[in-house]
Ligand binder design. Structure first.
Ligand code: FES
Length: 154
């Protein structure tokens, strides 16, 4: 359930549009920022706020990989495995992260610190291989870079 602050933020956002439903992406961002992921209950709450059906909200949530349909760890590591990143070693990056974190793709560490995911192109093909952790991009990845990044998140 969204907090009062988040609700106010959503109401302010809705005022910027001529139709409530146009605020769906902004509303989902507000919800994910607060809760960390988009649950079935959140989908229903947002549908109620925007006067649309839950399935309309679910369609948007499931289309964009930036929205989490499951609870994720404090650090959500999303490795791009699309063409450019794949050609420049994203499979090796994923394997290295799996080894370092001791978990497979789609899994979260027991301490809920890290979740590892593979995603489609994040629009940073010129700096492949790359990954996103929460809101930040990490590019031109190597094993050494990954070690440094994980140390900085300790
Ligand atoms: S292919 Fe990886 S960012 Fe585009």
């Amino acid at each position: 359930m969204l907090s009062q602050d988040a609700r106010r933020s959503v109401e302010d956002t809705i005022k910027k549009y001529s139709q409530k439903r146009a605020a769906i992406l902004s509303t989902l961002h507000i919800a994910q920022k607060e809760i960390g992921w988009i649950s079935k209950d959140t989908i229903e709450e947002i549908a109620g706020i925007l006067d649309i059906t839950p399935i309309e909200v679910k369609e948007v949530v499931s289309f964009y990989t930036m929205f989490n349909l499951r609870d994720v760890g404090k650090y959500h590591i999303q490795v791009c495995t699309n063409l450019s990143c794949s050609l420049l070693g994203s499979r090796h990056i994923v394997n290295y992260l799996e080894k370092r974190l001791g978990l497979g793709v789609g899994k979260t560490t027991e301490d809920k610190k890290f979740t590892l995911s593979e995603v489609e192109c994040l629009g940073s093909c010129g700096t492949a291989p790359m990954m996103q952790i929460n809101e930040d991009y990490y590019e031109n990845l190597t094993e050494e870079e990954i070690d440094k990044i994980l140390m900085s998140l300790a």
